[in-house]
Design a protein around this ligand. Sequence first.
Ligand code: CO
Length: 160
Amino acid sequence: MILDIKKYPDKILTKKTKRVGEVSAEIEKLIDDMIETLYAKRGAGLAANQVGISKRIAVVDDGQGLVVLIDPKITKKKGETSMAEGCLSFPGLEIEVKRPEKIEVEYLDKSGQQKKIKASNLLARIICHETDHLDGKTMLDKLPLIKRLKMKRQLKGLFK
Ligand code: CO
């Protein structure tokens, strides 16, 4: 089932999500729907709170394959790169965001297995963008204060 995407400034986007812990049938169904939604909307990543469910789950695909992240935690960050990013919750908007070049992330996969992977460049960027979502942060929070306030004013009522 393709799910509706919550757009900025929906309050759920600024709320920290809850840890999942155990992968139930309900969680599996949610993940399947998130995957279907990610590809239908041609996104690179999708966090559960973007579809209205405040749980610590994200699905990402940098073009090299799907990764399902349950309770992801970034344990290492290295380097810095800057690139324009988009977000399904901010349709049409692109913002230049600085992110680590390389990361290590620990998470549970869809079968509940503990995993640890190294990611770099685009995949690292997408995972950081999604874990930010899960912490209740959007790419707007990456802007310096003045730019952020200006951007928030410009975006007022835009994504209804
Ligand atoms: Co996003």
